[in-house]
Design a protein around this ligand. Structure first.
Ligand SMILES: [Zn+2]
Length: 281
């Protein structure tokens, strides 16, 4: 079996929008943002209400999910807002620091923060947009245009041949790290067409027999990663000069440094290694 399917993004984080009633006396868990930056206290915890009071009134406040039974609330200040005493929280840096369900909440919150930061004015007529309280939409009061949170599909392909998998490194990767090939789906393309094109462009290789593995929401800045395994079909390795620093076929027993353990790429590579090691292709 190649597929590994989850039924939701987490067992304990459930996404909602805006109207989450709180039991009497209960407080929401507040995720504060200055633009797209999550504001944290010095111990990597979410700041207290008292600390946030010092920032003054936020531009936007709304609920976006339920985490372990507690309502999650976004409060958004402008990017340029004074934020003395807070630290900027990065999603990747919080792996291993925060529980998985809280990271799932942050993954959603970070993308909603980007949506708000980049759609405050109507893209059609330039009027200031207003936040719709019924659905996640920034609405133009002048022309009626609606801007929903953007989601950008990215296809990732792990190609295998005999006992090896095709891994590559881009110049922006941490030193020594290799990963599966990936790229954005273009307008008008299917996921399968996009993957065949990306693998061809980046490596010179043709693939066949694509098999879906799993997906992952990824807040950089609003990607939906779609992971596929693929068989090598033909072609010699020719790295794309502008995007690929190095690439090669790596035997499953001699893999290079892998990407972040929280990433879909890591899970795919580990799953592929198990398949190649047991001969279950
Ligand atoms: Zn407008």
């Amino acid at each position: 079996m190649w597929n590994r399917r989850d039924t939701g993004i987490s067992m304990r984080f459930e996404l909602t929008y805006s109207h989450v009633e709180l039991p009497r006396g209960a407080h929401p868990l507040v995720f504060p943002f200055a633009g797209t930056d999550l504001l944290l206290a010095s111990d990597a915890r979410l700041p207290s209400d008292a600390a946030l009071q010092e920032l003054g009134a936020p531009l936007y406040t709304f609920r976006f999910g339920i985490l372990d039974g507690q309502a999650c609330e976004m409060r958004v200040w402008p990017r340029t807002h004074a934020r003395h005493g807070f630290f900027s929280g990065d999603y990747r840096a919080l792996w291993g620091c925060w529980p998985r369900a809280r990271l799932d909440a942050l993954c959603r919150a970070r993308q909603l923060a980007a949506w708000i930061a980049w759609h405050r004015f109507c893209g059609v007529c330039g009027q200031a947009a207003t936040l719709n309280r019924q659905e996640p939409s920034l609405d133009c009061p002048a022309c009626g245009h609606k801007a929903y949170p953007r989601i950008s599909p990215v296809v990732m392909g792990l190609v295998w041949k005999e006992d090896a998998m095709l891994l590559a490194r881009a110049p922006h990767f941490p030193p020594g790290v290799y990963s599966a090939l990936a790229g954005f789906v273009e307008a008008g393309e299917t996921a399968e067409q996009a993957l065949a094109r990306e693998v061809r462009e980046e490596s010179g290789v043709e693939i066949r027999n694509l098999r879906y593995f799993d997906s992952q929401s990824w807040p950089y800045p609003h990607s939906l990663m779609l992971g596929f395994f693929a068989d090598y079909h033909s072609g010699d390795l020719v790295p794309q000069e502008s995007e690929i620093e190095d690439l090669g076929w790596f035997h499953f027993d001699r893999l290079p440094t892998l990407p972040h353990p929280g990433s879909l790429a890591f899970r795919m590579i580990v799953a592929m290694r198990e398949k190649l090691a047991t001969g279950e292709k």
